[in-house]
Design a binder for this molecule. Structure first.
Ligand code: SF4
Ligand code: SF4
Length: 440
C-alpha cells in the first residue's frame, strides 16, 4: 500500500491555531471579499481559505495541495474580511504565516521549487531591491533613463512591449521624476508656532516615483505648525516581504527602521497606506523577539497615516484657498481595512473650500493592485481594476483621490488605457493645492 506523504506546517511562523479556530464559519465576510464577489466560489472566499488553512493545521491536507497554494496566492490580503468579521479573526496574520510556510518549504525543497523566472524575480525583489534602498534608487534611475531617453517610446511604437506580453505591466510602471526623497536627516521647519516634531517615512516607491507627494506632505505639515525630519538610514517598511511570505526579511527591515527613527519624534508620519499598516504591526511582527518587542510596540504606537494625523489636529483652515474641483475617494485597503481609517480622509477633504466630494460605489473594494498582485494574478487584478474604474467614472468626478502608491498606479494606468480625462491625486496633493503649494 502506498502512503501519501502530507507536508504539514512546521517550524517558525506556523499559522496560529488560536486565530484559525476563532473562525465560526458564519460567512458574514463573504460579501466583502473581492475574489468571492468576482467568482462566487467558496474556495475564493475568506471562509474557504480559512478551511484550507485549518485542514493543513489539522493534518487532513498537506501544503503540497495545489488548491491550498493557489488560494494563498489568489487572496489579495486586502483584509476586508478582517474588518467585518464579528469574531475578530486576524486573517492577515494567518495568511502571511501560511505564505511564509509555503515559501520556506519551497526553499528547503520539501515542496516543488518555484519556476526559475519566479525564483529570479523573488530574489531580485526581496533579496536585493527592497532590501537595500541604494540599489532600489539606482534601479529607479535606470528606469528614469529608459523613460526619458526615448527607449520606452520606441519599444512601444515598435510593438515590442506588446509582443513580449508586458503591455499591462508596463502601463502601470510609475513615471520616475529623478528628484528622489533620499533620506539624509533633512529638516523642514514648521511655519509659525511649532506644535509638533515628526519624522516622515521616505519608503521605496514613494521616495522615487512619488517624491512630489512627499514634497506636498511636508508643505502641508509645515503649514500646520509641524516640523518634519526625514531620518537617514531608514529603509523599506517590509510590507512586500510580509505579504510575500518572507517574514524574516520584514523583521530585518523593521529593526533597521526602529533604529533609524529612534524615539524622539512626536509621531512617525506615513503617506502610503500599505507601509503605514506594516509599521503599525511591527509590535506583532517582533512579538516573539524579547530583545525587540518593547521597542517595536512603542514605535508602532507613534505611526500615523497623514490623514489620520491631520484630522486629529485643528487643521489650519485659515490658509486654505478654494479648490473648485469634483473628486471621488478611493479607499486603499490597508487604510480602510487594516488601519480602519475611513472617516478621517473624508473629513479632511470636506474642509477644503470649493471641493465637492462625490462618493463612488464600492469605494473600499480592492482595486486589484495589492502590492505585486497585479503581476502575480494579472487576470483578477484587471477585473477588479475595471470594476473600480467603472465605479469611479460613474461619479463623473474630475479627480480620484487616494492615499497609496499601488492604488495610484493601478488607477492611473487603467484610466490612461481607457483614454479617460480623470486624474489621480494623493490626498496630500489636494490639500497642498488648497494651501497654494502646488499649481492647480
Ligand atoms: S472569518 Fe469571521 S466573518 Fe468570515 S466566516 Fe469566519 S468568523 Fe465568519
Ligand atoms: S484578504 Fe481580501 S481577498 Fe483575501 S480572503 Fe480576505 S477579503 Fe478576500
Amino acid at each position: 500500500m502506498t502512503t501519501i506523504k502530507i507536508i504539514p506546517f512546521s517550524g517558525n511562523d506556523t499559522p496560529d491555531d488560536g486565530v484559525i479556530n476563532t473562525c465560526v464559519h458564519c460567512g458574514l465576510c463573504l460579501s466583502s471579499c473581492p475574489t468571492y464577489r468576482e467568482t462566487g466560489l467558496e474556495q475564493f472566499s475568506p471562509r474557504g481559505r480559512i478551511y484550507l488553512m485549518k485542514a493543513v493545521a489539522d493534518g487532513r491536507l498537506g501544503m503540497e495541495s495545489d488548491t491550498f497554494q493557489e488560494q494563498m496566492s489568489a487572496c489579495l490580503n486586502c483584509r476586508a474580511c478582517e474588518a467585518v468579521c464579528p469574531s475578530g479573526v486576524q486573517y492577515g496574520q494567518i495568511l502571511e504565516a501560511s505564505r511564509t510556510q509555503i515559501h520556506a518549504a519551497k526553499e528547503q525543497g520539501t515542496l516543488a521549487p518555484y519556476p526559475v523566472s519566479v525564483k529570479v524575480v523573488r530574489s531580485l525583489v526581496f533579496g536585493k531591491l527592497f532590501n537595500d534602498m541604494r540599489l532600489f534608487r539606482g534601479f529607479s534611475r535606470l528606469l528614469w533613463l529608459y523613460q526619458k531617453s526615448g527607449i520606452q517610446w520606441l519599444a512601444r511604437k515598435l510593438g515590442i512591449i506588446k509582443a513580449l506580453g508586458l503591455a499591462d505591466a508596463e502601463a502601470i510602471l510609475p513615471a520616475i521624476n529623478n528628484a528622489f526623497t533620499t533620506p539624509q536627516g533633512q529638516v523642514y521647519p514648521a511655519i509659525g508656532t511649532e506644535h509638533a516634531r515628526v519624522a516622515l517615512l521616505s519608503g521605496c516607491i514613494m521616495s522615487t516615483a512619488f517624491s512630489h507627494v512627499h514634497d506636498a506632505t511636508i508643505r502641508v505639515l509645515q503649514r500646520n505648525g509641524v516640523t518634519v525630519t526625514v531620518p537617514s538610514a531608514q529603509g523599506c517598511c517590509g510590507a512586500l516581504h510580509a505579504h510575500g511570505g518572507e517574514l524574516d526579511g520584514a523583521r530585518a527591515l523593521a529593526k533597521q527602521n526602529i533604529v533609524a527613527f529612534g524615539s524622539t519624534y512626536d509621531a512617525i508620519i506615513v503617506n502610503a497606506a500599505g507601509c503605514g499598516s506594516t509599521l503599525k504591526e511591527y509590535g506583532h511582527l517582533l512579538h516573539d523577539d524579547s530583545a525587540w518587542v518593547e521597542r517595536a510596540t512603542a514605535f508602532s504606537a507613534k505611526v500615523k497615516d497623514i490623514s489620520e494625523y491631520l484630522a486629529a489636529l485643528t487643521l489650519n483652515t485659515a490658509d486654505l484657498k478654494p479648490v473648485n474641483m469634483t473628486v471621488t475617494y478611493q479607499e486603499p485597503c490597508h487604510l480602510a481595512h487594516a488601519q480602519r481609517i475611513t472617516a478621517q480622509p473624508r473629513a479632511v477633504l470636506k474642509q477644503i473650500p470649493g471641493l465637492k466630494l462625490i462618493e463612488m460605489a464600492e469605494s473600499s473594494l480592492c482595486c486589484g493592485s495589492a502590492g505585486i498582485y497585479n503581476v502575480t494574478q494579472p487576470e483578477m487584478a484587471a477585473q477588479l481594476g475595471h470594476r473600480k474604474l467603472d465605479n469611479a467614472e460613474r461619479t463623473k468626478a474630475q479627480v480620484v483621490v487616494t492615499a497609496n502608491p499601488g492604488c495610484h498606479l493601478q488607477l492611473a494606468g487603467g484610466l490612461q488605457q481607457r483614454g479617460s480625462q480623470m486624474r489621480v491625486l494623493h490626498i496630500a496633493e489636494v490639500l497642498d493645492m488648497a494651501y497654494g503649494g502646488m499649481e492647480r
